[in-house]
Design a protein around this ligand. Sequence first.
Ligand code: GAF
Length: 398
Amino acid sequence: MSISDSKENAARVSALREGFTKTFGHHPEGIWRAPGRVNLIGEHTDYNMGYVLPFAIDKNALVAIRRKSQLEPESTTLDFASTYGGADSNPVTSITIDELVPKAVPGWAAYPAAVVWALNELDGVQLSGFELLVDSDVPVGSGLSSSHALEVGTIVALNDLYDLGLSHTRMAQLTQRAENEFVGAPTGIMDQSASLMSQAQHALFLDCRSMEAATVPLPLAEHDAVVLVIDTRVEHSHVDGGYAARRRSCEQACEVLGVDALRDVASVDALEAIDDPVIKRRAKHIVTENQRVLQTVKVLGEGDLDAVGELLYQSHVSMRDDYEISSEELDAAVEAALAAGAIGARMTGGGFGGSAIALIHREQVEPVSQAVLEAFEQAGYVQPNIFTVAADEGAGRA
Ligand code: GAF
């Protein structure tokens, strides 16, 4: 049984079905599930055409939909509602398909709207109006990809309902376009791919240039190990400057080196040709991070968790010192977890806030969590949200 079939998930699915009926006056045609993700290693390598190793987590967005075609065949109105407010009744935002203008839809509704926009841009696809209700337990702004879960939940639902026949890779590319052009966040392709293509108890080894994907078994159960998430509750966003600035530095490095993407740089020696010390450091992170992903896949195959832990920490140091996307809170979480005996730890996701992960033995859940809580309290940081995650399967019908 996968984690997504758990009792808790089943209860959320039936609550969402009821909520839909209350909100729109009839049953949904179906409910689809799309998970958030943790990235084990391979940060900011996706838009550099490199390697990533994320896994889908047992926290997900649930999307309930009903097309209007039976009752109102001409309607192009999209009615979006969410359970986010926690109230009994879910307020509905309505917009027609021809009113979908990039960067003009505020709030969470931008994500399903972006997907409709991207699909409608395809030749031969014309969506009709529909009602959508969403529920998610992926913490928002935590670097666990809550927005991509929403986009992926929407695209898998529409792919089924409108019989579009899109492959996982195509859906990942379309949601990336939706995110880049409609939402306005210049993100890569890792998060959608993890949400779409993951397999339970495995990480997804993705080559972001060829889009070749392989699942890599995570030998956690045999080592009685788990992944702990430490959500610093410092919210991050990829629409603002930091993420885009890192992307630009990588492009500048490529210009100096005469390569299409930093993926094409095999060794840090080649970076000597870059004069600007900041651009050189940024490029160094990408080149070394790609090597760390390949190395992690290898040591995972050998069942060597200590070696995985070492690579996770090297990745963190690289993001802290060379890519400069960590934060005081993320550094404190990583150091406290390691001091309390974690096998390895690093920040995960885009950075500038969000979450860190720690690879720990199961009996360390309490002591490591306690150590992190104390470190945060002593430093006067907001209390972090700490929980374990399991590697779950990718999106599908709930
Ligand atoms: C965010 C982006 F959405 C991903 O594409 C990726 O670049 C990640 O940051 C950093 O590895 O999650």
